[in-house]
Design a protein around this ligand. Structure first.
Ligand SMILES: NC(=O)c1ccc[n+]([C@@H]2O[C@H](COP(=O)([O-])OP(=O)(O)OC[C@H]3O[C@@H](n4cnc5c(N)ncnc54)[C@H](O)[C@@H]3O)[C@@H](O)[C@H]2O)c1
Length: 359
């Protein structure tokens, strides 16, 4: 990379773009330009962030600004095409979750990446991997310090009222790719997989209980991991007392985090099994990194400057998307689902609802 500040552009200037712009301010990168199809939203965003360069066409932005990195903050159905456009123009991509709306789209995108690890590359936003406590848990689990993983709970019990679904792109398979499994619980499921690795089998139920939406508003799954660990996963947008809860029961300790949209060190607990010698806390006392976009951006920009591919890699991002696909496939077919059931040719490889959501 040249010895000048990294130049970032944002496409899509709605809610999450503001979180991106704020987090970028704490880095050495420059927010050089933004694009949105809605000229009014774009103008408001540009005014808030002192941006002179704005575009209603992403192609024009790429040609004239030549950013090093584009943050994709548009609705999920736009991600694939925009990411391909950026990669072809030589810009790396950091796309909001969900990275795309099907496994097929994901594979098309990663096939379009140049082989060189220096990029341009495609990476996904999963900001909760980047808090200090999650990183420490992952390291302890990988080192075997906590013993074998046995059981996990992964509960995203959030609340979204009907007005939330009135935004046209929300709650539709064609534009959001699913309901709370795809759009909300994906954060916690990504944390689960970050620690426990490959999933092997999924059984699930998905229901539409209360909201007027085309997708589910709640799903429940039993997941078996390649390691033999088992997990219970709940994804809901119906739960008036909102919570994000992850619990890992290892042979030598239980590790739990209770938070909502982001955790700090204080949100984590570790409980040793009787007589087990494990760390009393995950991270030392004092200031340490909470989860959030800022932590992920710092690492992404450092990798870009060093010519390395950043986390979250395509393999990791695809694994999370494949668990979402497996939950839908298991729920809609009533059958247990393994990774072999989601290969090209499977309807659930093409679309998250497999073209056959029962509503
Ligand atoms: N990581 C997180 O915690 C988090 C939180 C919220 C949303 N998200 C994700 O961020 C993305 C955007 O969500 P949001 O809540 O900010 O949505 P939003 O509706 O508030 O904003 C989307 C913006 O994209 C613009 N847009 C739509 N189509 C476009 C196109 N083809 N080209 C350019 N601009 C276009 C819209 O005009 C709008 O300004 C989604 O993928 C969502 O899942 C992530």
């Amino acid at each position: 990379m040249p010895a000048r500040p990294i130049r970032v552009a944002i496409v899509g200037t709605g809610g999450i773009a503001r979180v991106h712009a704020a987090a970028l301010r704490s880095t050495a990168a420059v927010l050089a330009a933004a694009a949105d199809v809605d000229a009014g939203r774009l103008a408001g965003f540009a005014h808030e962030h002192g941006l002179a360069d704005t575009y209603t066409e992403l192609g024009d932005l790429l040609r004239e600004v030549r950013p090093d990195l584009v943050h994709i903050c548009t609705p999920p159905h736009a991600h694939r095409e925009q990411a391909l456009t950026c990669l072809r123009a030589g810009a790396s991509v950091l796309a909001e979750k969900p990275p795309v709306i099907s496994l097929r789209e994901f594979d098309e995108l990663t096939a379009a990446e140049p082989a060189a690890s220096t990029g341009p590359w495609f990476a996904s936003v999963y900001q909760h991997r980047f808090g200090a406590a999650q990183r420490r848990l992952k390291a302890l689990a990988a080192a075997g310090t906590l013993g074998r993983p046995l059981l996990a709970l992964c509960h995203t019990t959030w609340f979204r009222d009907q007005a939330y679904f009135d935004v046209p792109w929300r709650g539709r398979w064609e534009t959001e790719g699913g309901g709370p499994t795809m759009g909300h619980g994906i954060h916690q499921m990504d944390m689960l997989l970050d620690v426990l690795g490959d999933w092997a089998e999924v059984r699930a139920v998905a229901r539409r209980q209360a909201r007027r939406t085309r997708t589910e508003d709640v799903s429940l799954a039993h997941v078996t991991f390649a390691s033999g660990a088992v997990a219970s996963v709940v994804n809901s947008v119906l739960s008036p007392r909102e919570e994000s809860y992850l619990r890992f029961d290892f042979e030598r300790a239980s590790v739990e985090v209770t938070h909502l949209y982001g955790y700090t060190d204080r949100d984590w607990r570790i409980t040793p099994a009787p007589g087990a010698r494990v760390p009393g806390r995950l991270v030392p006392p004092g200031p340490a990194a909470p989860s959030g976009h800022r932590g992920q951006f710092g690492e992404v920009l450092a990798c870009l400057a060093a010519g390395r591919r950043p986390p979250v890699t395509p393999e990791e991002s695809r694994r999370t998307l494949s668990l979402v696909a497996a939950i839908y496939a298991a729920a809609f077919t009533g059958q247990p689902v393994t990774p072999a059931d989601l290969k090209p040719g499977s309807p659930f490889y093409e679309r998250m609802d497999g073209g056959q959501a029962p509503w």
